[in-house]
Design a protein around this ligand. Structure first.
Ligand SMILES: Cc1cc2nc3c(=O)[nH]c(=O)nc-3n(C[C@H](O)[C@H](O)[C@H](O)COP(=O)(O)OP(=O)(O)OC[C@H]3O[C@@H](n4cnc5c(N)ncnc54)[C@H](O)[C@@H]3O)c2cc1C
Length: 455
């Protein structure tokens, strides 16, 4: 498109962004700010990607699963600021997590804003009831040691975090009851499956940087209200086009460029630049044969994924007062109180990471398990309290950060001249998180800009 401004012809570049998750929405917005005309294509009838809400009725919605932020999610917070959602995130004053077991023992790990570098967190570990005194001292010593490790050394990608912990004197008990407790919800995988560098990353970027970075943030509205609605408003108000319910089925390739983007309904689009903001397996599927066999792309199917199962339960009475709890000896892992303000009714979201054991189970089997665990966790719990429930199985919730898997994560720049890549799985140095998705958007736009300058 050509526009006339001050008697000068200014060419506005246009961009097609494929995928309407956080990475795609934020890329579209940042490109609009650089003067691009954007078209965002999303296969589903709504934006949001893996952060989406399900309509329960016209008035009420619930999310596919609990999404937590941390203070260190700087790029995501920047995205929320731009679309006016920052006020919809409620951060803890200080990091605090309550961990209970079925005998009623309670442990709290907390930080404070009054002491630097997570010192309070280390002190609170001394009162943590599930590990012995020697184990506590050894865990604290290991955390301090970790602070000074250069995690970017390639050797740390080649073995698991649990191997490193074992080599550093961590007992089976402390690995299970402390280290895995942090890694499982943050990396959606167990310590034995994640690479050591990713394990270090989790602690170095949050716990060991201090309260501002480790404290947890909760969306106060649904994900739809926080991400999809304000995101689409921003794009459309700035002249962008959003195509919903229409997937890209093929990228056509000519002279080392993507010449055409073909949609399911037969529409053919072209643009100066194309940005893929879809998961690695989805990108692989839409590449033409000659690119699927290219050495950069042929590795994409090697990226593995892990699931998350969320069980939403609506009760006619209140059984839980905390905002959220972790249950150390239960398959239910985490329970979030979704109706803090409500004194009569209660909605709970039970979030189970790396939930492959549940994927094959029927709804009845999962619900039986959940009810029996709830009886142990909340002694007054009665099945008659339950008004309804809904199970959401996200089979490919996150990509896995297994040892030696970093090499499968592509950079933002592809070998094809006008094709760029964003998405949480791109090599941002972060695990599969909303922050990685937002960071990938910011990085891809910087790469596009610097490529333009060099032309
Ligand atoms: C249940 C659950 C809980 C989670 N909890 C947390 C959490 O607490 N904290 C956290 O930081 N992260 C969490 N995550 C991870 C986080 O949601 C993701 O890392 C992030 O949303 C990924 O964003 P993305 O834009 O990279 O990809 P996606 O959100 O996957 O977006 C990609 C989009 O592309 C679309 N698409 C795919 N193929 C095509 C095609 N051919 N044509 C058009 N469109 C296409 C998809 O429909 C999708 O909308 C959780 C994930 C799940 C599932």
């Amino acid at each position: 498109m050509v526009e006339i401004q001050n008697n000068q012809k200014i060419k506005k570049n246009n961009a097609i962004i494929i995928g309407g998750g956080i990475a795609g929405i934020y890329t579209a917005i940042l490109l609009q700010e650089k003067g691009y005309i954007v078209s965002l294509i999303e296969q589903r009838k709504f934006l949001g990607g893996r952060t989406y809400s399900v309509k329960k009725s016209l008035q009420s919605q619930y999310d596919n699963g609990q999404h937590l932020l941390m203070g260190c999610y700087q790029n995501l917070l920047q995205f929320f600021k731009k679309i006016g959602s920052l006020s919809k995130i409620n951060f803890q004053d200080s990091f605090s997590v309550k961990i209970i077991d079925k005998t009623g023992t309670t442990g709290i790990i907390r930080d404070t804003k009054f002491l630097p570098f997570g010192l309070m967190l280390l002190i609170s570990l001394l009162k943590y009831p599930y590990i012995g005194f020697q184990e506590k001292l050894s865990a604290i010593f290991t955390l301090v040691k970790m602070k000074f490790i250069n995690r970017k050394k390639p050797k740390y990608q080649s073995f698991s975090f649990s191997e490193w912990l074992e080599d550093n004197g961590q007992s089976k008990n402390v690995i299970e009851k402390f280290w895995d407790l942090v890694i499982l919800p943050t990396l959606n995988d167990h310590v034995s499956n994640v690479s050591a560098d990713m394990g270090f990353m989790v602690f170095q970027e949050s716990v060991l940087r201090g309260n501002r970075y480790v404290k947890l943030g909760f969306p106060t509205g649904t994900l739809d209200e926080v991400i999809a609605i304000p995101g689409s408003k921003f794009i459309e108000n700035n002249g962008g086009n959003i195509y919903l319910g229409n997937s890209v089925i093929k990228l056509l390739y000519e002279d080392n460029k993507i010449s055409t983007v073909e949609l399911r309904d037969g529409t053919k689009l072209s643009a100066d630049i194309i940005i893929s903001a879809i998961p690695s397996n989805s990108l692989y599927n839409i590449l033409p044969d000659e690119l699927q066999s290219h050495k950069s792309f042929s590795i994409l199917p090697k990226i593995e994924h892990a699931s998350i199962v969320n069980i939403h339960i609506w009760l006619n009475t209140k059984i839980m007062n905390d905002q959220f709890i972790n249950i150390i000896d239960s398959p239910l892992q985490w329970i979030f109180n979704k109706s803090l303000q409500d004194n009569k009714y209660q909605a709970l979201d039970i979030s189970i990471s790396d939930s492959k054991n549940l994927l094959q189970k029927t709804t009845a089997e999962i619900i039986d398990l959940v009810f029996s665990e709830l009886k142990d966790i909340f002694p007054g719990f009665n099945i008659n309290f339950v008004e309804k429930y809904k199970i959401i199985k996200e089979r490919k919730a996150t990509f896995r950060c297994t040892p030696n898997s970093k090499k499968y994560r592509l950079t933002n720049i592809s070998p094809v001249d006008n094709l760029y890549i964003a998405g949480d799985w791109v090599d941002t140095g972060w695990p599969s998180t909303m922050e990685s998705a937002a960071l990938s958007a910011s990085n891809v736009v910087n790469e596009i800009e610097s490529n333009n300058k060099n032309k």
